[in-house]
Design a protein. Structure first.
Length: 132
């Protein structure tokens, strides 16, 4: 599901959110530990996944096709992606526990604004009334 580039993107989003939600020093330290744990556990899986995907691509263009080997590689790739997905799930759950209820509400609002696109990121302006 996620390679390091996608992890980096998610971590950038979390960094953006952290800058918009007032975090205590303790919370920042907790989030850093959670992030490092994710990166430490995902790095070897990502490395293996890169090798497996290269081997699979090589098999696809080999002079002699080995269907059994290709299927085996795809199963291994699927297992690694499942491992990354499980790590990411645990990371998101652990991160959610760091935030207070109020902070989670702010995060929810930020996510909703981000999903709305560029217009959602800006706070809506109050309508100015003319003196009619």
């Amino acid at each position: 599901l996620m390679k390091s580039g996608k992890f980096d993107g998610l971590l950038m989003i979390l960094s953006f959110i952290g800058s918009k939600v007032e975090l205590s020093d303790s919370q920042i330290e907790q989030l850093q530990k959670i992030r490092n744990k994710l990166l430490d556990k995902s790095a070897p899986i990502n490395a293996d996944l890169t090798v497996l995907e290269r081997k699979f691509r090589d098999q696809l263009i080999a002079p002699e096709l080995d269907d059994k080997a290709m299927r085996s590689l795809r199963r291994q790739i699927g297992r690694d992606k499942d491992k990354l997905d499980a790590l990411m799930t645990e990371h998101m759950i652990a991160t959610s526990h760091v935030f207070t209820t109020e902070q989670r509400q702010k995060v929810r609002d930020l996510f909703m604004r981000m999903q709305a696109g560029p217009m959602g990121i800006k706070r809506p302006q109050e309508k100015k009334t003319t003196g009619d």
